[in-house]
Design a protein around this ligand. Structure first.
Ligand code: ATP
Length: 271
């Protein structure tokens, strides 16, 4: 559904952020673009909704070149969730979530109902609708960001490191919820992260990038862990450092545990 064909992005100062990148993002997938800082992930994502235009090549959504589409209309059709949620500080939670439905012509009361439905979907208590973003925790703000991104029923949701700024427990909760939402809604999600653990948790398809958005490997989480394509991939996964190695250990009651490199139990082995 989203297709990049030989896309290059050269910024005015000569920086080549994306160098001849091609990829098909299957409809309904949760595709993760992973890689270290500066490898071009955000630039790739922003080219889908024309916040950035490619220097060469083309990007299509459902076969239609995005370059031929009005950027404002495109952005109303494609949800976008960013780090630090990007909420409007002087609007309430309810108004923030209802922004795009209102812009696309929904009347005030229908937009309010839609916002309430979205809050329920992402697990926010209804009474938070009248608060302002600064009166919410970081995790709640990110949920509002997700609710806002989904409020216009987009076919595509772009998510740029949306859970980067919250603590690990909240982050794990948001990740679990995103996987559930994805199963429930079937929205095509393009998700950017520099964290390989997050990529392995969320992605049904992972694209690991090197500088210039060159693809080091793409595949399922299982492909990455079982068959890393290069030393770069092994290193990025932490395989050489034994980070993903689990050992069997027999507990006092005879059950077989799997323990991580620090000797902490990761689970019980079911034969
Ligand atoms: N407007 C711009 N002008 C010039 N160079 C830019 C611009 N935007 C991004 N870049 C450069 O392009 C490269 C890719 O940037 P991009 O933000 O896409 O990377 P990223 O992988 O998303 O990084 P991060 O994880 O740190 O956000 C970087 O070298 C960056 O400095």
């Amino acid at each position: 559904m989203i297709s990049y064909g030989s896309v290059t992005k050269r910024f005015r100062d000569g920086t080549v952020a994306v160098d001849d990148f091609s990829l098909s993002v299957p409809r309904g997938s949760l595709t993760v673009l992973a890689g270290s800082s500066g490898c071009g992930k955000t630039t790739l994502m922003r080219m889908v909704n024309r916040m950035v235009d490619p220097s060469e090549g083309r990007i299509t959504v459902d076969g239609q070149d995005v370059a031929s589409q009005d950027p404002v209309a495109l952005r109303r059709r494609i949800g976008y969730v960013m780090q630090n949620s990007g909420l409007l500080p002087h609007r309430t939670v309810g108004q923030n979530i209802a922004t795009v439905p209102r812009l696309t012509g929904m009347d005030r009361s229908a937009a309010r109902r839609k916002a309430a439905e979205m809050m329920d979907l992402v697990g926010l208590a209804p009474e938070l609708a009248s608060r302002y973003p600064a009166q919410l925790s970081g995790g709640q703000q990110q949920r509002v960001g997700v609710a806002r991104g989904l409020a216009a029923d987009p076919e595509i949701l772009l998510m740029d490191e949306p859970f980067g700024a919250v603590d690990p427990l909240v982050r794990a909760d948001l990740q679990r919820q995103l996987v559930d939402l994805h199963h429930q809604l079937g929205t095509t999600i393009l998700f950017v992260t520099h964290d390989m653990d997050e990529a392995l948790t969320l992605g049904d398809h992972i694209v690991l990038l090197q500088t210039g958005a060159r693809i080091a490997q793409q595949g399922t989480p299982k492909d990455f862990v079982s068959a890393p394509a290069s030393d770069f991939v092994r290193d990025f996964l932490g395989l050489d450092r034994g980070q993903r190695t689990l050992r069997r250990e027999t507990a006092a009651d005879g059950s077989v545990l799997l323990v991580d490199p620090h000797g902490r139990p990761a689970g019980v082995l079911a034969e």
